[in-house]
Design a protein around this ligand. Structure first.
Ligand code: SAM
Length: 307
C-alpha cells in the first residue's frame, strides 16, 4: 500500500484525542497503548520529524508483558504494519531510525525486518552500533594520543566453538524518498591529524564525519534491578546521536513507538525536544516517568546553580 503523502509537521501534541497520557511533563507525553493503534488514533499525519526506536526482536526476551516468541511470518507482518503506521505520522523530510539486532543462531532477523520496510521506505543509511571494540596499537599508525592497545565497551560473552561474540547491532535509517539532508558534523569527531584542517577544502573546523560505525557503550551499572530494570534497552547516547544527525533545527517532535523505560524521552529532554512515546507495559512506563522526573529535578538544580 502506498503510504499517504503528508505536507509537514503539525502540532502533534495538540492532536485531538480522547486517550489520556500515562505521564506528561516538560514536553514528554507517554501513552500506555499499542503503538500501531496509538499512532493511528493519537498522532496527526506528518507530525513527527524523527522516530528512534527498537522493537522487540522476536528472540524470546523476557519482557514482563510482551510475548517475544511469535511465528516468524506473523511477527514480520506486524513489523510491516508498524512501518506503515510510522510512515503516516512521519513528515516528508523526516527520519526513521530503527535499531535491531539478531542472535548468533538467527542473524537474519534484522535483515528480514529491513526487507519488510522496503515497500514503505528508502534505506538511506545503515549505521552499525558497535558495543565493544578492540584496536591493537600496532594497527593504528602514528597517532600521538594512542599510547597502547585499546579494548573498550561491553557485550554478553558466549562460550562457543562456532560463533564469535556479538558486539554489534544495526540502526537502519529509513526516509520516505532517500533525500533527507543530514547534519553529519553534529555527531562529528575531531581530526587525529590536525594538519587536515585547512588542507581539505571541506575541513574548515576540527570535526570530521565519523562514518557509519558508531561506538556507543552501555553505561556501566552496579545494580540492574534499580538502575536498568528492563531486559533490552539502548544507551541514551544512541537516540541522542540519531536526533542530532537528523539535524536539531529540523527535529521538532520525536517519537518512540516502543518506549520501554524512556531512553528516547531522556535523549529528547537532553536536547530540549518534545517527545511522544507508546509502551504497552505500565511497569516500564512507571520507570520511564521516574527517570524523567529525576532528570527534571537535576536539570533544574543545575540551572539554579549556574544562575
Ligand atoms: C526493545 S524494547 C525497547 C526498549 C527501549 N528502547 C528502552 O531503551 O527502554 C521493546 C519494548 O516494546 C514494548 N512493546 C511490545 N509490543 C508493543 C506494542 N504493540 N506497542 C508498544 N510497545 C510495545 C515492550 O514492552 C518493550 O518494552
Amino acid at each position: 500500500m502506498e503510504p499517504p503523502k503528508t505536507t509537514g509537521p503539525q502540532d502533534t501534541l495538540q492532536a485531538p484525542s480522547t486517550v489520556a497520557p500515562f505521564f506528561e511533563l516538560n514536553g514528554v507525553k507517554l501513552y500506555q497503548e499499542d503503538c500501531v493503534k496509538g499512532m493511528r488514533d493519537i498522532l496527526q499525519p506528518g507530525s513527527i520529524d524523527v522516530v528512534v526506536t527498537s522493537p522487540p526482536y522476536n528472540i524470546g526476551i523476557k519482557y514482563t508483558k510482551y510475548d517475544d516468541i511469535r511465528p516468524r511470518k506473523e511477527y514480520l507482518d506486524w513489523i510491516e504494519r508498524v512501518g506503515v503506521a510510522v510512515s503516516r505520522v512521519l513528515s516528508d523530510k523526516g527520519s526513521f531510525f530503527l535499531n535491531v539486532g539478531g542472535t548468533l543462531k538467527d542473524p537474519w532477523i534484522p535483515l528480514d525486518i529491513a526487507q519488510r520496510m522496503r515497500e514503505t521506505f528508502v534505506l538511506q543509511n545503515t549505521i552499525h552500533w558497535i558495543k565493544s571494540i578492540a584496536i591493537p596499537k600496532k594497527d593504528v599508525g602514528k597517532y600521538e594520543n594512542i599510547k597502547g592497545d585499546i579494548a573498550v565497551g561491553h557485550y554478553k560473552p558466549i562460550g562457543s566453538r562456532r560463533f564469535i561474540n556479538d558486539a554489534h547491532e544495526y540502526i537502519f535509517h529509513f526516509t520516505k524518498e532517500g533525500d533527507v539532508e543530514l547534519d553529519r558534523l553534529a555527531v562529528g569527531i575531531p581530526y587525529q591529524d590536525k594538519s587536515n584542517i585547512g588542507r581539505w577544502k571541506k575541513a574548515k573546523q576540527d570535526l570530521r564525519d565519523r562514518g557509519n560505525t558508531w561506538f556507543i557503550p552501555y553505561e556501566t551499572i552496579w545494580d540492574r534491578e534499580t538502575q536498568r530494570p528492563h531486559p533490552s534497552t539502548f544507551p541514551v547516547s544512541l537516540p541522542e546521536m540519531c536526533i542530532k544527525v537528523h539535524g536539531l533545527e529540523r527535529a521538532r517532535t520525536i517519537l518512540d513507538p516502543f518506549m520501554g523505560i524512556g531512553t528516547t524521552a531522556m535523549a529528547s529532554l537532553r536536547l530540549h525536544k518534545p517527545c511522544v512515546g507508546f509502551e504497552i507495559d505500565a511497569n516500564y512506563l512507571q520507570v520511564a516517568s521516574d527517570r524523567i522526573k529525576k532528570f527534571r529535578s537535576l536539570d533544574l538544580w543545575e540551572r539554579i546553580k549556574h544562575r
